[in-house]
Design a protein around this ligand. Structure first.
Ligand SMILES: Nc1ncnc2c1ncn2[C@@H]1O[C@H](COP(=O)(O)OP(=O)(O)OP(=O)(O)O)[C@@H](O)[C@H]1O
Length: 358
């Protein structure tokens, strides 16, 4: 049994290595100014002329120092000098702070542009646009009926939109469906599995359907069965699996061709906590290796814990999206969700429920 890796602590503010500059003591204006001590005049520079502005400033500085030639400089008494620091060990040189390297923007793994979908009189998606960068762990949340399954079904090529575009790593899902489907692994919400197959047969079928050779499929089936803890179940018909086991075999089938993007509709629904932790770890490693996960869930805690980007979908419209921290601000994701989803309703009008029938 493996457990979730601990979340890395957030970076604290970077300490400024530059020491504060102390202000120099100012001479009171009433104090008479002392003439500057005589200094040996510097040798006149005979090198080529610098442009005018630079020459002017250099000349006045040189003249002021030497007290020679320049009339203005010669007429004016020297400005008082700041007292020198006592000689001795030189103060350690402070280094200018190294600017933080600006990370290159990651390419878009999944681009959803202006998706519209209606079912009869019901508008399920009303112009949804989302960009998911490569290597993201992206969480889609929304109340029941918000359009999450509709959106994920369109993204994975299972449902045709009325209008709009879905691009997976520059491949249009609806113009190049075969190519797009090689790039995507899908866990649909309403599982449509060939449940008259055993778990092992289902995985083998999924792998060969995706073009893997028999040897690769067999190796991967063994790995997935072990990773999902399905050793005792792979010989049985999928139709006889529990809800959680069905979820796990379907997720394993979605992974078998090592897709670049995983689209998972409620992957943790019905899954026990230990299996959920195992699945989370598998997905986190997949993302760390450069894969992209897009999942929907009603568990705000889980989304807040594992997703680095989030979108809140309400009534077919994206009300907020961005990094998880941007979306939730100072609140928890659940508080932000409740705020955007219209708040909670007081449990009124069900008094009859407390009367209990005989
Ligand atoms: N095949 C369909 N025929 C008719 N209406 C549909 C169909 N599929 C979805 N809808 C409607 O579209 C809207 C969005 O449904 P969808 O299943 O996408 O919501 P959801 O956010 O996934 O909800 P949940 O969280 O309850 O799973 C709902 O009003 C739903 O009734």
């Amino acid at each position: 049994m493996s457990s979730l890796p601990e979340t890395a602590p957030e970076d604290g503010p970077v300490a400024n290595p530059v020491a504060p500059v102390e202000s120099l003591p100012q001479k009171p204006p009433s104090e008479p100014e002392k003439p500057a001590p005589a200094r040996t005049p510097r040798a006149r520079k005979t090198t080529q002329r610098t442009p005018r502005a630079a020459t002017a400033s250099k000349t006045s500085t040189t003249a002021a120092r030497s007290g020679a030639s320049g009339t203005t400089a010669a007429a004016k008494p020297r400005a008082p000098r700041a007292p020198r620091a006592p000689r001795g060990k030189a103060a350690p040189k402070t280094q200018a702070p190294t600017p933080e390297p600006i990370p290159e923007p990651k390419p878009t793994a999944l681009g959803i542009r202006q998706l519209y979908k209606r079912f009869g009189g019901t508008v399920a998606l009303d112009g949804v646009s989302i960009d998911v960068p490569e290597g993201s762990f992206f969480g889609l949340v929304g109340p029941n009926g918000a359009g999450k399954t509709t959106m994920l079904s369109i993204v994975s090529g299972l449902l045709r939109p009325d209008s709009g575009q879905v691009v997976v790593h520059d491949v249009d899902v609806w113009k190049q469906p075969e190519h797009a489907k090689r790039l995507i692994g899908v866990l649909p919400d309403r599982l449509r599995l060939f449940d008259r197959l055993t778990g092992a047969q289902l995985l083998y079928y999924s792998g060969t359907l995706r073009g893997l050779d028999a040897h690769t499929v067999k190796t991967r089936v063994n790995d997935l069965v072990e990773a999902f803890g399905l050793e005792g179940a792979v010989g049985r018909l999928v139709a006889d699996y529990s809800a959680g086991m069905t979820k796990k075999i379907a997720l394993a089938a979605a992974l078998i061709h090592s897709p670049r993007v995983l689209v998972l509709d409620e992957p943790f629904e019905s899954v026990d906590p230990v299996s959920a932790a195992n699945i989370t770890e598998i997905l986190q490693k997949y993302v760390a290796a450069g894969g992209t996960v897009v999942l929907s869930s009603h568990s705000m805690d889980l989304i807040q814990r594992i997703c680095d980007r989030v979108a809140i979908l309400v009534s077919g419209v994206v009300l907020d999206s961005g990094t998880a921290d941007e979306v939730r601000g100072q609140k928890t994701l659940e508080e932000r969700f409740v705020e955007l989803a219209g708040g909670r309703k007081a449990a009124e009008g069900l008094e009859w429920l407390h009367s209990f029938s005989e």
